[in-house]
Design a binder for this molecule. Structure first.
Ligand code: FES
Length: 631
């Protein structure tokens, strides 16, 4: 059997002949990215065969060197192979986050009622004459605090009861989860001042964020975020569903979701010196497919007509059942979904808005790998989703990266149209371009006549940063930065096309939903923008490229990662949990693909800012002003 060695890591494995290269990599513990889930369509899972023989079932892009093959469509032959790969190290992109954006925080101004309620009891001593058991007496005390008709005692908790009850002469801490008329006793402790924590999780397709909160004070202890390890199984949802079509690969995608969350939990507990055993509650929000992956339930039927999920909502699950590295008896609450592509991230996210209270029409746009849109007011809420791809989260473009230190978030030109400065997060050496960066850069390119409205570099643009090789052109950023190889950072026309498609998907979803509701942009009084852009999102530039509608600037509010903030609210506030259930039942899910005009709206939006100039009069003016003077 051939031996396959991967470089630069030097990891190796022995496989059967005909094993695909990506399968050999997995066996060797090498993380290779399969952007299209291994369908052979994206041509981006490129690896270089240094020696040995391989069998190609699909070919790489035409201009690839002869040694380059597709990892998903090339099999190991009879001889030993040495293969050069680019491996992911997810921890390189993990960061600590702040939570300053969303100012609507129930848990700061409402009575703190966390998902798992810590209750200190003084249980009466047993009496000879009443024959009450330990459980009877604890239940009697608990009933004074939580009004329920039944209390479930897990056996593991019951086994601890006799000793725990007697250590502090009947005083004990109980951790109770209440669901309707029923309570579940998660844990009992004789240490009355034990710190109690919970986590809120935004399980995004590309990025995952975890917030750690003190359930006794409601304080947020820390937030960590990083790439979802599932990325290597497909960049977007459909690719990932394709990848997970067998039980073996479904389990792999499931375990990558869990290991991503656990990786971020470890970061938080190490930094804050907290025991994972002290975390008793988790709220997890994500799109419908992510929730299926989280629980290891096949999402296959979400992509097949009539697009039926296995579930929209669950009461609760145990942390132990899904493999979270927190107290095994902790309760995990999964935010309810409302449609096959509108999930718990949206029912959590709209908690951070006032749209459900107001008479005026609001638009909520959550821009991630999936774009989700909610339109409505206190009388109605319509929601839809579109696939934007990972470009706005720093994926799917040649030099894309997360919005962390080293990411280019803007570019500055002088009057002559020459690049004079790169704005880089943390003032660091530039390493890549983040999602808000690509929006700002393309807006400037349009305004400086570097690209045209179809996203192509302008033929006669005399810009020294544009390098042309045959019919291909790219804009190179890193000229003059020490320690960086020339031309390491660039944007090419393929990247621009990916952004064009992404913005067209989001904008056409907005226009289609408005049309469906019989409304126009003029009816909108408020626009809430959610997503992981951080403080670098420039609304003006997002309008100039046609991602957002051209409305007056005051109508826009950027609320940051609404899914995470909503999840924190759900973790800490009963009011938020009740409200979310009400909103989930009120939202009408609109399947865009079933609407005949969606495709034509999408095609019309495949132009910067749009083919219909009347929708973007000011942006068109800005784009043409410089060109009139200089070109
Ligand atoms: S072509 Fe191999 S993952 Fe897309």
């Amino acid at each position: 059997m051939p031996r396959v060695e991967f470089f630069p890591a030097g990891k190796f494995t022995i496989v059967d002949e005909s094993t695909l290269i990506f399968e050999a990599a997995q066996k060797a513990g090498v993380h290779l990215a399969l952007p299209c889930g291994g369908k052979g369509t994206c041509k981006r899972c490129l690896v270089s065969v240094l020696s040995g023989d391989v069998v190609r079932f699909e070919h790489p892009p035409e201009d690839s060197p002869p040694s380059v093959v597709l990892a998903c469509k090339t099999a190991i032959g009879q001889k030993d192979c040495r293969i050069q790969v680019q491996e992911w190290d997810f921890t390189n992109y993990d960061v600590d986050e702040s939570y300053d954006f969303c100012d609507k925080k129930f848990f700061h101004n409402e009575l703190l009622k966390p998902l798992v309620l810590p209750c200190i009891l003084k249980v009466p001593a047993p009496q000879l004459d009443d024959g009450k058991s330990d459980v009877d007496r604890v239940n009697g005390e608990l009933a004074k605090i939580v009004q329920v008709s039944s209390i479930h005692w897990p056996i593991a908790v019951l086994r601890m009861l006799p000793e725990t009850l007697r250590t502090e002469q009947g005083r004990m801490l109980t951790l109770v989860y209440r669901s309707g008329d029923h309570a579940h006793l998660c844990a009992i402790e004789d240490k009355l001042d034990k710190p109690i924590y919970g986590i809120a999780v935004d399980l995004g397709t590309t990025t995952v964020s975890v917030a750690l909160a003190d359930l006794l004070s409601g304080d947020v202890v820390g937030i960590a975020s990083g790439y979802n390890e599932q990325i290597i199984c497909g960049e977007d949802i459909i690719s990932r569903i394709h990848y997970a079509r067998t039980q073996k690969y479904l389990l792999e995608v499931n375990s990558k979701a869990i290991s991503t969350i656990n990786r971020l939990i470890s970061r938080l507990i190490e930094k804050n010196n907290i025991s994972p055993n002290n975390i008793y509650a988790a709220v997890i929000s994500g799109n419908t497919t992510m929730m299926h992956f989280l629980l290891g339930v096949t999402p296959e039927y979400l992509r097949l007509e009539p697009y039926t999920p296995a579930f929209y909502t669950l009461d609760y699950v145990f942390a132990e059942e899904i493999g979270l590295s927190i107290n095994p008896h902790a309760i995990a609450y999964v935010s309810p979904a409302v449609g096959s592509y509108v999930g718990g991230d949206i029912t959590a996210g709209i908690l951070c808005t006032d749209m459900y209270n107001e008479s005026g029409l609001s638009l909520f746009v959550d821009i991630g790998t999936n774009g989700e849109i909610v339109l409505g007011n206190r009388d109605f809420l319509f929601a839809c989703a579109c696939s934007a791809g990972p470009a706005f989260e720093g994926g799917g473009i040649s030099c894309g990266m997360r919005a962390i230190d080293g990411a280019i978030y803007d570019i500055e030109f002088n009057e002559e149209g020459e690049m004079v400065k790169l704005d880089v997060i943390g003032d660091a050496i530039p390493k890549g371009i983040c999602g808000s960066g690509i929006i700002n850069i393309l807006s400037k390119f349009l305004q400086r006549g570097i690209i045209d409205r179809s996203g192509k570099f302008v033929e006669n643009a005399q810009n020294p940063n544009i390098k042309r090789e045959g019919r291909k052109a790219r804009f190179i950023f890193n000229t003059g930065y020490e320690g960086l190889p020339d031309a390491a950072l660039f944007v090419n026309e393929q990247d621009i096309e990916n952004v064009l498609r992404a913005k067209a998907a989001v904008f056409s979803a907005i226009t289609t939903l408005l049309e469906f509701a019989g409304l126009t942009f003029a009816d909108i009084t408020k626009v809430y923008i959610a997503g992981g852009f951080g403080k670098f999102l420039n609304i003006d530039n997002a309008i100039t490229i046609g991602l957002l509608p051209e409305l007056s600037y005051e109508k826009f509010t950027y609320i940051g990662n609404a899914s995470l903030m909503g999840s924190l609210n759900l973790l800490l506030s009963e009011k938020a949990r009740t409200l979310q259930a009400e909103l989930a039942s009120k939202i009408t899910y609109i399947n865009l693909s079933a609407l005949s005009n969606y495709h034509s709206q999408y095609t019309a939006a495949l132009f910067f800012p749009h083919t219909n100039e009347n929708l973007f009069p000011s942006s068109i003016k800005k784009i043409t002003a410089y060109r009139k003077m200089h070109i």
